[in-house]
Design a protein around this ligand. Sequence first.
Ligand SMILES: [Zn+2]
Length: 120
Amino acid sequence: MPRLQSRHQRETAFLELAKRMYSELEAWYDAHPQASFGEIEAEARRRRRDLMGEMLALLINGRDVGYQLQPPTCTACGQAMEFEKYRPWQVKGLEGDAELQRAYYVCPHCAGQTLFPPRP
Ligand SMILES: [Zn+2]
């Protein structure tokens, strides 16, 4: 279940990801000491997309995944909705793919449903 993270926690988590990527590149270069600059760059590019996607998920999910203390009201019947769970939302970006989380609410009165925050 996603949870809110402070800016410092998000930054620390991102630095861990970046450190892991760099460390993997070091290991790859150790194993391919004759690699040209172009080959090293190609290897870095393969990993960049994963890093970007994870960074975007951290940046967005750690901040707000839509859980509200005051539940939203159903747009169909006007009754208070109930939080059901967090739902994953796959986003394919230009620079990375991320799995975002959104709070999912359902209306116990008329089966209306909604996600918060709304999809941008
Ligand atoms: Zn309703």
